[in-house]
Design a protein. Structure first.
Lengths: 355, 287
């Protein structure tokens, strides 16, 4: 049993199943992200763990204790809200100290711990300011300090960075991760930003309409997604549907248009239908050549998208569009060019299991 | 550029000027004039009216102080009742909120005299309230609830509460519920969360509500004249009786002006005190 265990949690609102039999264990000291589009139930799950929402059925254990019936104020959690929810009438110091005051600690102990927490988020000099006098990033840090000052059993973060602009968000990601590791805090981080989830987490939970789509380390979520949904939601995926063919050493996926793509994957069975996917950076483009590229999928360059550091080709393949990362050493291609797609696609794990 | 705005202001300025400011100025002038025994206004300047009021302990304690005291007590209860009401409305679900607000506003559609007469029925010796008290054994015989200070205070509360509810409701509605939730995540019980977060944040509403209630209560006329039954001395009633029964217009004007000045001074003082207390609070907590 982990630091947090979610056991068969269900939440029903009228006819709508917000959460369907969720089981999840968060290990001690782990940084776990819950990733999903809006409406997938990720925030509801977090609020149930926090105790701000009651589950329709199921149990929540935190630090080995059944807290399902405990109200929020008895759960020993730290929660950071999306819009920070700082108390506007209290100074930064008092925002952080309220939790300690409520525990009736001695005044100098409160002072010591508040200043320590503020030092950790580099806000000590601003202790006497009011929240309205702080920037968005500083308010975020106050919210973080308010949560960690109580040394909670778990830290829960509800899209805490989504209100910040891009550069600040990246800085805060690094700070957040560093802080979490320093304190060894078990952390549950809810986000709809897949890059954020992949870069910060020890493990990622991908949620899909109230159910868990996949739980795994970020590398596995990205490279070995369990389902089409996960493949599409985490990063960009171009899907091939076809029938497995070829010998065991060099399996291929024969596509309906007669071309085939080399594929990889576990337990591939010849003759079975399968879905495989490629990421934009897995594909190599070559000017189409009838002799060397016979049987390979082909497309037409639609346009080149320039992003600064990198650029992408948008390639039209039949009636679909595929994004391909441009390689610095690759051939120079312009819109209208016929290209062959050189790639190894990966068969989705769920498809293999289903077979 | 400012011309169109000025023109648009003209109707309201005209109406206020003609029917409010000018009569007020006339009352002010009147209060410095004398009166003959037959009731005619004597056209010469005198401070006699003010001297008469301010040197007589009857006027100062029995009239002015009682008016202030009753208005203040009624304001206190109005704010208490109004705050609870506003809080209940804010915490109700949105569909219910509309109906609850409607219910609060409903009494304002009924004429004040009618409402006060209805209250006289409720508070009367054989009224429902006394029947209830006797029936439950709280009182062994019907209590005298009418024609005393209690009746006047109850009447004033009844008048002021809708205004207080609306003033406080507006402020409470603007406080995100999440701020209380945040307090609960750091260990506050709902009561502690309310006391430490919602209550201090709603002080502007309490301030606005109490200023409104006191302003309405101290100028109250129908309530003390009906529920006081002539036994509870009140400034507005005294001014009215002085003008009509004693036929002494200048002295009635004096009572009116003193009431106005005292009310404005008290409200100003109150607001200043609350504001400076609010400013001092963060500084005190810093230590």
């Amino acid at each position: 049993m982990g630091q947090i265990s979610v056991r068969d949690i269900t939440k029903v609102w009228g006819a709508f199943d917000a959460l369907k039999h969720i089981d999840l264990d968060v290990r001690e000291g782990e940084f776990l992200s819950i990733l999903g589009p809006s409406g997938c139930g990720k925030s509801t799950l977090l609020r149930i763990i926090a105790g701000l929402e009651a589950p329709t059925s199921g149990q929540i254990h935190i630090a080995g204790r059944d807290v399902t019936r405990d109200p929020v104020w008895k759960r020993r959690i730290g929660l950071v809200f999306q819009n920070f929810a700082l108390w506007p009438h209290l100074t930064v110091f008092r925002n952080v100290s309220m939790g300690l005051e409520l525990r009736r600690l001695k005044k100098d102990e409160i002072r010591r711990r508040v200043l320590e927490a503020l030092r950790m988020v580099q806000l000590e000099p601003l202790a006497e300011r009011l929240p309205s006098q702080l920037s968005g990033g500083q308010q975020q840090r106050v919210a973080l300090a308010r949560a960690i000052v109580l040394k909670p059993d778990v830290l829960l973060l509800d899209e805490p960075l989504s209100a910040l602009d891009k550069n600040l968000r990246q800085d805060m990601q690094v700070e957040l991760k560093t802080l979490q590791q320093t304190l060894g805090l078990t952390t549950v981080f809810v986000t709809h930003d897949q890059e954020e989830a992949l870069s910060l987490s020890d493990r990622v939970v991908v949620m899909d309409r109230g159910a868990i789509g996949q739980v795994d380390v970020p590398e596995a979520i990205y490279n070995r997604p369990a389902s089409e949904y996960v493949a599409r939601f985490v990063g960009e995926a171009f899907l091939f549907r076809g029938i497995v063919s070829g010998s065991g050493a060099r399996p291929m996926l024969r596509l309906p248009d007669g071309t085939s793509v080399p594929v990889e994957g576990e337990r591939l069975q010849t003759g079975r239908e399968a879905v495989a996917f490629v990421r934009p950076e897995w594909v190599e483009l070559e000017p189409y050549d009838v002799h060397s590229h016979t049987g390979a999928p082909r497309g037409v360059i639609d346009r080149l998208m320039f992003f600064g550091q990198t650029s992408d080709y948008l390639v039209r393949v039949a009636d679909r569009q595929l994004r391909v990362k441009r390689r610095p050493d690759g051939p120079a291609l312009s819109p209208g060019n016929d290209v062959a797609l050189i790639c190894k696609a990966r068969v989705l794990a769920a498809q293999v299991d289903a077979a | 550029m400012k011309r169109p705005a000025t023109i648009l202001l003209l109707p309201s300025v005209t109406i206020l000027g003609a029917f409010f400011v000018l009569p007020l100025i006339w009352i002010l002038i009147l209060s410095f004039l004398g009166s003959s025994p037959t009731g005619e206004v004597v056209g010469e300047f005198t401070l006699g009216n003010y001297a008469r009021f301010l040197t007589d302990s009857y006027y100062l304690t029995d009239l002015l102080w009682r008016t202030i005291r009753l208005a203040a007590v009624a304001t206190l209860f109005s704010v208490l009742v109004g705050y609870v009401g506003a809080l209940l409305i804010v915490r109700a679900d949105p569909a219910a909120q509309r109906w609850m607000i409607l219910l609060v506003m409903l009494p304002l559609w009924v004429n004040l005299v009618v409402r006060t007469l209805a209250l006289m029925v409720v508070l009367g010796r054989t009224g429902p309230l006394n029947q209830l008290l006797v029936g439950l054994g709280i009182a062994d015989r019907p209590l005298q609830l009418l024609y005393n200070e209690t009746a006047v205070v109850i009447g004033m509360i009844q008048v002021a509460v809708p205004f207080v509810v609306m003033a406080i409701y507006g402020v409470l509605q603007s406080i995100p519920r999440q701020l209380e939730h945040a307090a609960m995540t750091v260990g506050a019980t709902p009561l502690a969360a309310f006391r430490r977060v919602t209550l201090p944040l709603s002080v502007p509403g309490i301030l606005a509500g109490s200023v409104l209630a006191f302003g309405i209560n101290i100028e109250s006329f129908v309530v003390p004249i009906l529920l006081g039954g002539g036994r509870v001395r009140f400034m507005s009633v005294a001014a009215y009786e002085t003008a009509t029964v004693s036929n002494n217009l200048p002295f009635a004007a004096t009572i009116g002006i003193i009431l106005l000045v005292v009310a404005m001074a008290l409200l100003g003082l109150y607001q200043w005190a609350v504001r400076s207390a609010g400013r001092a609070a963060p500084a005190l907590q810093a230590g």
